[in-house]
Design a protein around this ligand. Sequence first.
Ligand code: GLN
Length: 160
Amino acid sequence: VLPGGESTTIDKLSRIFEVRDPLIAALRAGLPAYGSCAGMIMLADRLVDAPSDQQTFGGLDITVRRNAFGRQTDSFEADLTGGWPTGDPFRAVFIRAPEVVAYGSEVEVLATVPRPDGSEHVVAVRQGSLLATAFHPEVAGDPRIHGYFVELVRTVTATS
Ligand code: GLN
């Protein structure tokens, strides 16, 4: 699990402590992973609105915009509906969250969130054994997304 936090710091520390390359190798070899918020950023193949030297671990064929909903004070909560696989609604907490602005054909969009201006934003995706959400399910105390990930791990390890 790649948690929330600050992706630029996760990136730098992963290089300093030399976990970056082994982790990338494990992900490419099929290690299931779930990234929330900064973790979603770390699993993205491409970033926008990020420092030019920021690196990710990659694996998800998605383009992610950092801080897509504004500053820390623009953080918000929303009920996800519309067929979210863990059951509707899901209370999602967005803390200076990213969004997925583009994705490849292998990527399954699991959830979107509407904003007051009428726009709709992709905030949860899955591709193979990789799962990512722009929000923090642990903050709302609802275990369904973690349960979904555990099931995903079971499925992937049973078939590999
Ligand atoms: N804004 C942070 C980043 O860009 C992510 C915030 C979070 O993980 N809650 O890394």
